[in-house]
Design a protein around this ligand. Sequence first.
Ligand SMILES: [Zn+2]
Length: 322
Amino acid sequence: MSLRTTGHRRSGDVVVALDVGGTGMKCALVRPDGGVVHAERHPTGAARGPEAVVDTILEVAEGLAGKARSYGRAPVAVGIAVPGVVDEARGVAVWSANVGFRDVPLRDLVVARLGLPTALGHDVRAGGLAEARLGAGRGARHVLFVAIGTGIAAAHVVDGSASVGAHGAAGEIGHILVRPGGPRCGCGRPGCLEAVASAAAVGRRYAELAGAPATAAEVAERAAAGEPLAAQVWQETVEALADGLASGQALFDVDTIVVGGGLAQAGALLLDPLRAALHERMTFHREPRLVAAALGDEAGCLGAALLALDAAGGVRSSMEER
Ligand SMILES: [Zn+2]
């Protein structure tokens, strides 16, 4: 999709992009036209504690900038996407369950180390930005990107910018209450969408009913093959997701909902029944286009590159005008 080589405007420039996850970091050097010059992955090593993770981020970013120079290219900005609560305006990783960040001024640390304009973003919002501007939501002005994996989170992107919220916590669609009195969520409250319909929840629910473990992908396949318990769990999942997405549509009135994350790999097994269930829930609201994400697990890194390009200033169009 987005990463073909075309234009050569400022072709010597690249941005350094990092998408820091709970287990791994996806890193790249990206040209203003979207071409990936170099990509690498590193373990996050979250068990070592947040200080060690920050050190690794700084080392990897510095290493990438050095690689750019060794290729005869100028690193012009850095974009970093991290999970949890992120204050993008201040460049602070406020809180993260799986990496352990507590008020880490990551942007200033990168600026101090590399001396380059740096943007810090939220991983799902960065992924949503990339899907909206370069992926499955391309061409739509109002996009809701929903990542369904271990948890469920969303990014609301309007005209190429993702809404951050007053406290850096916009888009927590996984914590919409869909089943009062339902299974307890990681946040402590029973009945959140994430507690019912995340990939982890699907596996848990099936194990509960069938007495044997299965991944969400296996549940989807068994449901398609006609296994009654799997079909029941899958149906419950789809209904809960449709309730959550209908709330999202009531709030945001988007053109396109892009569904990503691990559960979206079920493809039509998820998208077809979900589209039908969402259709049933529309009253006066306009029904959004419901599509699968196009960028896979590169979305967060590409989104970090977009944030870096925006931070570098004035190069946004180069990546998207094709
Ligand atoms: Zn919750």
